[in-house]
Ligand binder design. Structure first.
Ligand code: SF4
Length: 345
């Protein structure tokens, strides 16, 4: 890439790519019902999983050549992969090019992690020392029995300790992601909202998406944004916060000043028109959409001596072919071959 070329990556719909989601593993220590079966998941052979050096190289190319300014590490469960701090340290030193069309131009990139929080109390300080500044913790219920029902693990206490540990080491923001399923935890919307208000952290309610490995997703199990917001508003008056930009969540502030709450309405109010996200799977496949049905093999290039230019060219071609958005609820919708744990949130 010549120095004159502006570091940017824009798709055919005029959307600028800024956010790279990287799945560092397909493995997980939970078995959340809306993600994977209790038994029988076939994990990727370790040889097929990108090394931290390979991940850091793709990340560097995306930052330097495209002006990507945000990287989120996901899984499976990212903290089950050893030495995660090594990767975070390598990413935290990446700087957004000064010429990039980004609010972070000339500054370090924004590194974030999405975790189930099971071991967070043990690793929060190390992650923070490695350069992690913000974190999202998945928490769908505050009820111990229901937690076991959803995750197949008795780990509610450790997740709550993990959230407190992330707050204690100064990560900010600490956010909670709660996937709402009708008949499972939709009776806890107020309890979870209250939890966020008391901890002064933002809870983001996520609409249930057709990415479960068991392919059991049904539209009538989706609790939509309007229903979630009206449920909360009946108890805690809300005011919507203006534009969300490319961020996935619509957000509201509590009129009594007790913070904010968000909803990610992927199914009922798709936000693909502003999408700035692309993904790299643990086995080195580049995806331009969470629901993409095609992928681009970066690993093959990484492991066959390809140059940065060749990798850049592949990613540009991929984004050039990015579709307008998902078609959930339409006859044209085809579930991706991968489940959520094999893509990363
Ligand atoms: S569904 Fe795909 S295109 Fe739409 S916002 Fe999500 S990643 Fe972007």
């Amino acid at each position: 890439m010549s120095s004159a070329t502006k570091p940017e990556l824009i798709d055919s719909f005029g959307r600028t790519v800024r956010d790279l989601r990287i799945s560092v593993t397909d493995r997980c220590n939970f078995r959340c019902t809306y993600c994977m079966p209790e038994e029988g998941m076939v994990w990727l052979p370790r040889t097929e999983v990108l090394t931290y050096e390979e991940i850091a190289r793709v990340a560097r190319i995306c930052v330097e050549r495209f002006g990507v300014d945000g990287i989120r590490l996901t899984g499976g469960e990212p903290t089950v992969r050893a030495h995660l701090t090594k990767l975070i340290s390598a990413l935290a030193v990446l700087t957004v090019p000064a010429a990039a069309n980004s609010p972070l131009a000339g500054q370090p990139i924004d590194v974030a992690v999405t975790t189930n929080g099971a071991t967070l109390a043990l690793v929060a300080a190390d992650l923070q020392r490695a350069g992690l500044r913000r974190i999202n913790v998945s928490l769908d219920t505050l009820n111990r029995e229901k937690f076991k029902q959803i995750t197949k693990r008795d780990e509610l206490a450790s997740v709550l300790e993990g959230i407190d540990a992330a707050i204690a080491v100064g990560m900010a923001p600490v956010k909670v992601n709660a996937v709402v399923q009708r008949g499972v935890n939709d009776d806890e919307i107020i309890a979870l909202a209250t939890f966020g208000r008391e901890k002064n952290i933002e809870v983001r309610f996520i609409e249930f998406m057709p990415l479960d490995a068991q392919a059991g997703w049904l539209n009538n199990a989706v609790v939509g944004q309007d229903e979630i917001v009206s449920t909360i508003n009946e108890v805690f008056a809300l005011e919507q916060i203006a534009s969300r930009g490319a961020a996935p969540a619509d957000r509201w502030r509590y009129l009594d000043g007790k913070g904010t709450v968000g909803v990610i309405p992927t199914v009922t109010k798709p936000f693909c028109g502003d999408c700035d996200r692309v993904r790299l799977t643990a086995d080195g496949q580049f995806r331009t959409c969470l629901f993409a049905t095609d992928e681009f093999d970066v690993r093959a290039l990484l492991r066959n001596g390809a140059s940065d230019d060749a990798i850049e060219a592949l990613l540009r071609r991929a984004v050039g072919e990015k579709w307008a958005g998902h078609t959930i609820g339409q006859v044209s919708f085809v579930r991706p071959r991968r489940s959520m744990s094999q893509i990363g949130g």
